[in-house]
Write a protein that binds this ligand. Structure first.
Ligand code: GLN
Length: 481
């Protein structure tokens, strides 16, 4: 597999208008103009932004890639969409995803799988998920930038797999009003773009308090966040030991090591740190996210909006009530799996062993992070002082995923649990609500690192910061790329 060839074929795609159809990245066209409230001299004037189809858009279909929301046309715009338009952006398209955001490869969609523009020996690679449509649209130049949602990695992973930037801000900064819920306590709107500068630009336009979202951070809390005049010139970079796992592929490991070396040579300090709850974090995530999902998705009953199995209770198939047959037909296999999982872990016989334990693990994950950052969490008490000889770090650097994107063929052979493993490096920051960004770092094969000398890859590297330290994470990202 040669990324250089893949990049070349991406150039060809850029010229083709039908690329979105070929790759199935887009599910509906957007609005040709920014609308009446748009500021023609706005910050985003004339810029095309694609929006993941689980973010509602007034008078444009919004399906979350689910049959159960077939023909649903929302009567309002999500706050983030409204803000984009107010700044003059053109909502150019609604993008394909894993149904309700559940997946890591954008293959579980009622609209069909998303294809990556990149391939290995002629077999398409995974575009990553669940914001795969947004990532592919950006990577192929179909839009300037895109919105995605990140519950456990769904912006960072597709960014890493398609060679672009994917940013998940701190929980509570970007409004979730109008974002179709998957797991409310984790869901975050994120940005996909081709550069950190573009990411910052878009972020500045949509980062605002929203009274419609009860978890939106108020102006007073926002004032306490981050460091005034954060400076990324001399970073203290934490290297979490638990991210050095056997499953790291040689390319990812080599890129990680080279990036760390380059940062050290540029005058930044590296500090090994330990985040012991990293491994249990993945299991905790896959208990908590389905639990919240099963509760959230209970409202899709075919009565109020979306798809309904034809007929009445009496005539419904297999003597099932209308509600059951509608949900059986309306939800795809992966969503049904998550609903069942969540219903089980919330049931009276299992809640103590699963849901409650997972909440405890979540708290430990938060504490792990808190014990390594120099900056104190602005909303939590510090549990233990950082030993003064260590001093704490500004950001953590890790790979975004353990491997390069698998091929679609390999993805199809994976069991659900194998596919959940892809998220091992992205879910911890989600559980703790921390800002995290994936940036592409190019590696060219060199003798001695196990790579072919002709190999060229763009590998996703992830930076994680303390809660509210979003500005510093973005600055540090500019240092890394
Ligand atoms: N792959 C993870 C999941 O399936 C993350 C999804 C997301 O962030 N929306 O839950």
């Amino acid at each position: 597999f040669c990324w250089r060839n893949a990049s070349r074929s991406c150039q060809v795609y850029r010229k083709s208008h039908s690329i979105s159809q070929q790759l199935n990245a887009i599910v509906h066209n957007g609005r040709p103009d920014p609308g009446k409230s748009a500021d023609a001299s706005g910050f985003l004037s004339g810029k095309t932004v694609a929006v993941k189809d689980n973010i509602v858009t007034k008078d444009l279909p919004t399906t979350a890639a689910s049959k159960i929301l077939t023909d649903y046309i929302p009567p309002f715009d999500a706050t983030v969409v409204k803000l984009l338009q107010q700044h003059g952006a053109i909502i150019s398209a609604k993008t394909n995803l894993d149904e309700f955001g559940m997946g890591s490869h954008s293959q579980h969609s009622h609209a069909g799988a998303v294809l990556s523009p990149f391939s290995k020996n002629g077999v398409p690679l995974s575009p990553g998920g669940s914001s795969g449509g947004s990532a592919v649209s950006v990577a192929t130049g179909q839009c300037w930038a895109a919105l995605g949602t990140d519950t456990g990695g769904s912006v960072r992973l597709p960014a890493a797999y398609t060679g672009i930037v994917g940013f998940k801000p701190s929980y509570g900064l970007l409004s979730r009003w109008g974002v179709i819920q998957y797991a409310n306590s984790l869901d975050t709107v994120g940005i996909l773009a081709r550069s950190v500068a573009d990411t910052k630009h878009l972020y500045g336009c949509i980062n605002a308090y929203d009274q419609q979202d009860p978890t939106s951070l108020s102006a007073t809390v926002r004032e306490r966040l981050g460091r005034k005049g954060a400076d990324a010139k001399r970073l203290r970079i934490g290297v979490p030991l638990e991210y050095n796992i056997d499953e790291l592929s040689p390319v990812v490991r080599a890129t990680y090591l080279r990036t760390l070396n380059a940062l050290q040579n540029a005058g930044h300090t590296l500090q090994p740190v330990s985040l012991p709850t990293t491994q249990p974090a993945l299991s905790a995530y896959y208990v908590l996210a389905p639990a919240e999902a099963s509760s959230n998705l209970a409202k899709y009953d075919g009565i109020r909006y979306g798809y309904r199995t034809p007929g009445s209770d009496a005539s419904a198939k297999n003597n099932l009530p209308l509600y059951a047959s509608t949900r059986g037909e309306g939800f795809g296999e992966e969503v049904q799996r998550r609903i069942l999982l969540g219903a089980y872990t919330l049931s009276s016989e299992a809640i103590d062993n699963y849901f409650i334990q997972a909440q405890k693990v979540r708290r430990l994950v938060q504490r792990d992070f808190d014990s390594v950052f120099a900056q104190q969490h602005p909303l939590l008490e510090r549990q233990a002082e950082i030993p003064s000889d260590e001093g704490g770090v500004d950001v953590l650097l890790t790979p975004t995923a353990p491997t390069l994107p698998p091929t679609i063929k390999e993805v199809k052979q994976q069991s659900p649990v194998e596919s959940y493993m892809n998220d091992v490096f992205t879910v911890p920051a989600s559980l703790a609500g921390l800002p995290a960004i994936s940036v592409p770092v190019r590696i060219i094969g060199r003798e001695g690192d196990g790579l072919e000398e002709t190999d060229v890859h763009d590998v996703g590297m992830q930076l994680i910061g303390q809660f509210g330290d979003d500005e510093l994470v973005l600055q540090a990202a500019e240092v890394v790329v």
